[in-house]
Design a protein around this ligand. Structure first.
Ligand code: FPP
Length: 262
C-alpha cells in the first residue's frame, strides 16, 4: 500500500487492519479524475425503518460528508453529486422544501470545512429557479472557494441532462445568429464548453446506489465513456469503503474508448 493511501486510511478510518486491506489493492496513479454519483435510495432507506422520507434525505446528506472527504483524500479531481433533478419538482411540496433546506443547511454548516480542505464548490443546473436565499448562498459558496485547488465538489441541483443540452444548443445558436460562430466551427469541444461542466473532465466513474441501473437524465453528454458501478445499498448507507470498492473495480476495467485493448 502506498504511503499516501496509508495516511488516508489512518486519518479517516482509524488504524485497524480491515481498512488497510480495503486500500491495499488501490493504485494511487489510476484514481478516477471525475466521479459522479446518483444519490438514490433515500426514500427507501427511510421506509425500511418506518421513518418519513425526510429522514432518508437527512441521512443522505450525512453520508455525503464522508464521501466528499474520502474522494478528496483519494485524490479524485471532481466529485459530481446528483442532488435534485429537474423532475424532482413533481414531489410533494413538503419534500421539495425539506430538500432545499438541506442544501441551504449543508452550505451553512460545511462551507468552512470544505474551504479549509481546499475544496472548490460548483453547482450544475438551473440554479436561477431556486429561491433568492439559496441562490445567494450558492453564489457565495462558489465565490469563496473559487481559488481552491483541491477537489471540485460539483453539486447538480435542478439539473437535467436534456435541459442542459437544450440550453447549450440555445447558447450556441445565439452565437451563430450573432455571427460570433460559424456552424462549421461547432465541434464536440464547443458543446462541452457550453455545458454546466465546462472546463471539467468528463466523469470516468459513475456510481448509482439503490439498485436501479439507469442514467435518469444525469450527465447525458458527459457520461459517454464513464464506467458504471451499481450497488443495491441505499445512498444513506453508502460509506467510504463502498467508494473505495468502486474505485478498485474501476481500476480493473479495460477502457478502450472505441479502440483496441492495449
Ligand atoms: C434520491 O432518492 C435522492 C434525492 C432526490 C435527493 C438527494 C439529496 C440528498 C442526498 C440530500 C443531501 C444533498 C446535499 C447536496 C446536501 P429518492 O428520494 O428518490 O429515494 P427513493 O428512490 O428510495 O424514493
Amino acid at each position: 500500500m502506498s504511503r499516501c493511501l496509508t495516511t488516508v486510511w489512518k486519518k479517516w478510518f482509524g488504524k485497524t487492519d480491515n481498512g488497510s486491506k480495503l486500500y491495499a489493492g488501490l493504485d494511487p496513479v489510476r484514481v478516477p479524475r471525475h466521479v459522479a454519483i446518483i444519490m438514490d435510495g433515500n426514500g427507501r432507506w427511510a421506509q425500511k425503518r418506518g421513518l418519513p422520507r425526510p429522514f432518508g434525505h437527512r441521512a443522505g446528506a450525512e453520508a455525503l460528508r464522508a464521501i466528499v472527504r474520502t474522494a478528496a483524500e483519494l485524490g479524485v479531481g471532481v466529485l459530481t453529486t446528483y442532488a435534485f433533478s429537474t423532475e424532482n419538482w413533481k414531489r410533494p411540496a413538503e419534500e421539495v422544501d425539506l430538500l432545499m433546506k438541506l442544501f441551504s443547511d449543508y452550505l451553512d454548516n460545511e462551507i468552512d470545512e470544505l474551504g479549509a480542505n481546499g475544496i472548490r464548490l460548483r453547482f450544475s443546473g438551473q440554479t436561477d429557479a431556486l429561491s433568492p436565499g439559496l441562490r445567494a448562498k450558492i453564489a457565495q459558496a462558489e465565490a469563496t472557494t473559487a481559488a481552491n485547488g483541491g477537489l471540485v465538489l460539483n453539486i447538480a441541483v435542478n439539473y437535467g441532462g436534456r435541459a442542459e443540452i437544450t440550453r447549450a444548443v440555445r447558447l450556441i445558436a445565439a452565437d451563430v445568429a450573432s455571427g460570433a460562430l460559424a456552424p462549421g466551427d461547432i465541434d464536440e469541444a464547443t458543446i462541452s464548453r457550453h455545458m454546466y461542466t465546462a472546463g471539467l473532465p468528463d466523469p470516468d466513474l459513475l456510481i448509482r446506489p439503490a439498485g436501479d441501473q439507469r442514467l435518469s437524465n444525469f450527465l447525458l453528454w458527459q457520461a459517454a465513456y464513464a464506467e458504471f458501478w451499481f450497488t443495491d445499498i441505499n445512498w444513506p448507507d453508502f460509506r467510504p469503503e463502498h467508494l473505495i470498492a468502486a474505485v478498485a473495480d474501476f481500476q480493473r476495467r479495460d477502457r478502450r474508448f472505441g479502440g483496441l485493448t492495449r
